[in-house]
Write a protein that binds this ligand. Structure first.
Ligand code: FES
Length: 363
């Protein structure tokens, strides 16, 4: 199916859902990734806690490919000289109609091999190879009542959407941003968001800290159904865009289903990676000539990257298909439902953990 057909189907479904007062979930998909490659310079780097915010551009003052608010860049990381680069997707943080700069936020994470390498090695003047912007988690036209839900670095595509809304000739009726983080320093672009709240009559900014400093004046604790219901009270319908951890997105999707909005709710969400706890049970996995021991409950991709090069595995969330493997024997547990389910007999290593000893084959 072409992108335009997919988009038409999604829009048709969204319209039906709104008319029926139902809840529809639309996942962003990285499957139709752009193949156009660009080499860009790092022009600026700012560090905020465990996150590096990079500004990329060409050396000459030449325009970059345009993108839609919410789209991402796939970035190549040449971690080892002897093997092809690994690729990861990062949402574009700021939006302009005719961009000369791209901005990304790269957060260090315990199992973030590429993100950690980029955060440790990329400095002003470094060159990065990226694919031209892609992605289907994008702001849809004509939505008047919008809730944006971000967790930590998940603010990036939503910030671009706010840029897009600010540029609209006819602004929306209401836009609420619910932004969850642990500490104050993890609220990226917080001062910018506060100033937009002052300037824009239709924009309401609600940061929420789970481990706030003592003088924090905003919401404390976690985002939940009661808070979502409070900010959407009296709305005729809502479009909800979220980019956060799996846990937060699941909780807010359930909460959105309970909203008493006569016109219903459409939920758009971007995968952020699969997070899972180890079970403490270990299994033997063979992949080609390699044999490794992996812990149940953990995504196979992270466990197998030391023995197999997944050159096209960029999303780590069941969307790009770059981590497909053939399951020859054994049982896996799906940690999340993939956006693009693989054919029978195949698994996505980023979405599965081992339930028993496994025999796998590369495709
Ligand atoms: S890394 Fe994209 S589907 Fe697994």
């Amino acid at each position: 199916m072409s992108i335009s057909v997919v988009t038409s189907v999604l829009l048709f479904c969204a319209t039906l859902a709104l008319l029926a007062g139902a809840t529809l979930i639309v996942w962003g998909s990285l499957a139709q990734r752009s193949q156009q490659r660009l080499t860009l310079r790092v022009l600026r780097r700012q560090d905020a806690g465990d996150t590096a915010i990079l500004t990329l551009g060409r050396r000459s003052w030449r325009r970059l490919p345009a993108f839609r608010p919410g789209q991402y860049l796939a970035v190549e990381a040449a971690i080892q000289q002897s093997v092809p680069p690994l690729m990861r997707c990062y949402s574009l943080a700021r939006w302009q109609r005719n961009p000369y700069r791209y901005q990304l936020a790269i957060k260090r994470a315990p199992d973030g091999r590429v993100s950690n390498w980029l955060a440790d090695n990329v400095q002003v003047g470094s060159r990065l190879t990226v694919r031209a912007p892609s992605g289907e988690f994008v702001l849809q036209a004509g939505q008047d009542y919008i809730v944006l839900i971000a967790g930590g670095v998940g603010i990036t595509p939503l910030l671009a959407m706010l840029d897009g809304l600010r540029a609209c000739r006819q602004p929306p009726q209401r836009v609420v941003l619910l932004y969850a983080a642990r500490h104050y320093e993890q609220l990226l672009w917080h001062k910018q968001l506060l100033s937009w709240e002052q300037q824009l009559p239709w924009f309401d900014y609600r940061p929420c800290l789970s481990a706030p400093e003592h003088d924090w004046q905003g919401w404390r604790g976690r985002l939940d159904a009661a808070r979502l219901a409070a900010v959407t009270q009296g709305w005729p319908h809502a479009a909800l865009y979220q980019c956060a951890s799996d846990g937060l997105m699941t909780a807010m999707s359930l909460a959105a289903r309970q909203l008493p909005l006569p016109g219903g709710t459409v939920i758009h969400q971007e995968a952020f990676g699969v997070t899972a706890q180890g079970s403490g049970q270990w299994h033997g996995v063979s992949l080609g000539q390699h044999h490794v021991s992996v812990e149940g409950g953990r995504a196979l991709l992270a466990e197998l990257e030391s023995v197999h090069h997944f050159a096209d595995a960029s999303c780590r969330a069941g969307e790009c298909g770059g981590c497909r493997l053939q399951l020859l024997s054994g049982d896996v547990e799906w940690l999340r439902h993939p956006v693009q389910p693989p054919q029978d007999g195949l698994i996505l290593a980023c979405c599965c953990s081992a339930k028993s000893d496994l025999a796998l084959a590369a495709l």
